[in-house]
Structures are given as structure tokens and as C-alpha cells.
Design a protein around this ligand. Structure first.
Ligand code: PGA
Length: 253
């Protein structure tokens, strides 16, 4: 059975003391919510990783990064490699978030390299895909999302693909308060799973967790997570408040 995951994407928010307080609160509230088949991840800014990792200790909450370099080492000022994350035992890394695509020009070619580096370092990539509003309005969202998935992931072997988590995040729903309806989310998740099945077979496609992201909150989470192909969420704004985030985690059941 595939894993249900709720991952918080803090983006570039919080000071160190605030980060420690938020992580402690989440950890304190979720212990009983997390079962063997569910996972909670806090994707925090790079500088906080070791401290939050230490603070979470052996609790049921894992920590993740929000990006990594396509290089291993070298003269790339300001970058952080997958090997560095691995050396700190960081298990997850978000890759291809729409904000990275939009503000930092990340495209499919670059994401192939990043995904490969993350997997080579035994990290679990949370690979993001999703269409902007104008594409949704044109009705070509299926085509674009399928293209994003194919470009970044279809060079992988089945064994490697099984280690990837996919997050479908329609760009028009990110940070806007305008969530996709559960029907829109389910439709797109089913499209992605079908696409995975056509390349890797149904058994593998059924094992891949596909998360929904875009204005998930404690009010809409339950309906979204109850869709058959929605395996949890990637949560931005609502992961910055402990109570709200924990209520979203509870909706995974
Ligand atoms: P949001 O962000 O929940 O604030 O819409 C989601 C994301 O960007 O991952």
C-alpha cells in the first residue's frame, strides 16, 4: 500500500527561534496521528536543517530540504548539494517547485540532473509539477503536466521511480487561497498515475505517492485527501501554524 504523506513547505519563512518553536509544537501534537503508513515531513530553510533535525530526533516527524544543486561539489557559491544533505541524514528534498521554475528558471533538463543527484544520495525527491492559470483556462493542463512528468522522471528505472514522491500543485492554487476542487485534483492525479502506469506498469504506478498542493488547509484537507488518487498534501502557508498544520495531518486518516 502506498504511503500517505503530509509535507509542510515553509519556503523562506521563520527565524531560527520561531522555527524551533513551530517544530516542537508540531512534534508534540502529532505523535499519535502518524502510523506506519503515514509520514509527516517539515521542509525547512537550509540553515535550520541540522537544528530541526536534532530537535525532531526520533519522533515521527521527518525533515526535508526545499531544493538541492545539480552538482556534487565545487565553486557554486550559495548552493547546497544532495551529498551535503545526505551527510546530515536529511531524508527528503522538494525539487521543481513552481517558485523555483518561475523565479530561478528551473526547467525539465535541470530537474533531471537534480533528481538524479538526489536519488544518488539516497534522498527522496518530492517532485513538483502543475500548470499556471492560463494553461488551465486553455484546457491544456493535462498535456503540460504530463510533459513535466515525462521530462523530469521518465529517464528513471522503475526501481528509481519508486523512490520518488510526486506533488501535483496547480500554480493558480499556490498561495492564492483558491484550492482546486477535489474533482479537479482527483482528475489530474488519475492522469498522472495513468501516465506512470503506461510507462512503468500498473503495479509500480499504484505504489507512487502523489500529493496535492495549493492552498490546502484544515477545512479542505479531508475532502482532498479522501480522493482515491490523492495520497496527502504539500502544504505551504498552512504549515506555518502548528494547530492548522496538525489538523491537516489529522485529515490523512
Ligand atoms: P500553499 O503553498 O499551501 O501556500 O498554497 C503550497 C506550496 O507552494 O507547496
Amino acid at each position: 500500500m502506498r504511503q500517505k504523506i503530509v509535507a509542510g513547505n515553509w519556503k523562506m519563512n521563520k527565524t531560527m527561534p520561531e522555527a524551533q518553536a513551530l517544530s516542537s509544537e508540531v512534534m508534540g501534537m502529532v505523535s499519535s496521528e502518524v502510523t506506519t503508513n503515514t509520514k509527516v515531513v517539515l521542509c525547512v530553510p537550509f540553515p535550520f536543517l541540522p537544528v530541526i533535525k536534532y530537535l525532531l530526533g526520533k519522533s515521527s516527524v521527518a525533515v526535508g530540504a526545499q531544493n538541492c544543486s545539480e552538482h556534487d561539489w565545487g565553486a557554486y557559491t550559495g548552493e547546497v548539494s544532495a551529498l551535503m544533505l545526505k551527510s546530515m541524514d536529511i531524508p527528503y528534498v522538494i525539487l521543481g517547485h513552481s517558485e523555483r521554475r518561475q523565479y530561478f528558471g528551473e526547467d525539465g533538463k535541470l530537474l533531471v540532473k537534480k533528481i538524479d543527484k538526489a536519488l544518488a544520495a539516497a534522498l527522496t525527491p518530492i517532485f513538483c509539477c502543475g500548470e499556471p492559470l492560463e494553461v488551465r483556462e486553455k484546457g491544456t493542463h493535462d498535456t503540460l503536466v504530463r510533459q513535466q512528468v515525462e521530462e523530469a522522471l521518465f529517464h528513471l528505472s522503475a526501481e528509481s521511480l519508486k523512490k520518488v514522491v510526486i506533488a501535483y500543485e496547480p500554480v493558480w492554487a499556490i498561495g492564492t487561497g483558491k484550492t482546486a476542487t477535489s474533482q479537479q485534483a482527483q482528475e489530474m492525479h488519475a492522469v498522472i498515475r495513468k501516465q506512470l502506469a503506461s510507462k512503468y506498469g500498473d503495479t509500480i504506478a499504484q505504489e507512487i505517492s502523489i500529493l496535492y498542493g495549493g492552498s490546502v488547509n484544515s477545512k479542505n484537507a479531508q475532502e482532498l485527501f479522501s480522493c482515491p488518487d490523492v495520497d496527502g498534501g504539500l502544504v505551504g502557508g498552512a504549515s506555518l501554524k502548528s494547530r492548522e498544520f496538525v489538523d491537516i495531518i489529522k485529515a490523512m486518516k
